[in-house]
Write a protein that binds this ligand. Sequence first.
Ligand code: AMP
Length: 216
Amino acid sequence: MPTYIVLLGPPGVGKGTQAKLIAETTGLPHVSSGDLFRENIKNETELGKLAQSFMNKGELVPDDVTISMIRGRLSRPDCKGGALLDGFPRTTVQADSLASLLAEFDGKVNYVPYITASETTLIERLSGRWTCKAQGHVFHEKYNPPQRTGVCDFDGSQLYQREDDRAETVTRRIQVYFAQTAPLIAHYREGGLLSEIDGAQPIEKVTADLLVVLRK
Ligand code: AMP
């Protein structure tokens, strides 16, 4: 049976950073809806143009578009053994579609680690965040600085500040999270899948807590 992990938590809590580390340890592919949209923006596809108009405002991309993108990604051969989902699902409609989609692959959501942090921490994390152009590796100017300013430690590519990490958009993204994504916490808790993890801890400690959850 394939293994599917849904990494839940507000923007800026460290889902992307942790997903990259956990993907290495578990061997599961890291499927990030935000990264897939950014790849489409970089390649100037129709999907990218559509997504960008929502992303720059801090709004969610419509469910039908997002779901079909994820369906395409999870259907690829590297996801045969499962996947580590980061940033998807973000609405109850997406969560229901995911359940149906995984049933087609004879799978289901197996683990939902829910990483939390205070709103002050999230804002500080997002506004100090630098992202690598090539593969989306993330750094923080204070808490996780790259060895050389402006250069990715992993692939040497240039670091940039995401347009939606600017102060005005950050506030909106957090509001959208509470309105549209937070209901998934109760949804997965009722299904007995949720494990809460304190995302205010240092990166290594959050990874260690995640691995404990995933070994259960
Ligand atoms: P992220 O990289 O996960 O912070 O996502 C960046 C932006 O991409 C979000 O603010 C949304 O505009 C869009 N996005 C990413 N994932 C989803 C999703 N599951 N549903 C709708 N929009 C999404």
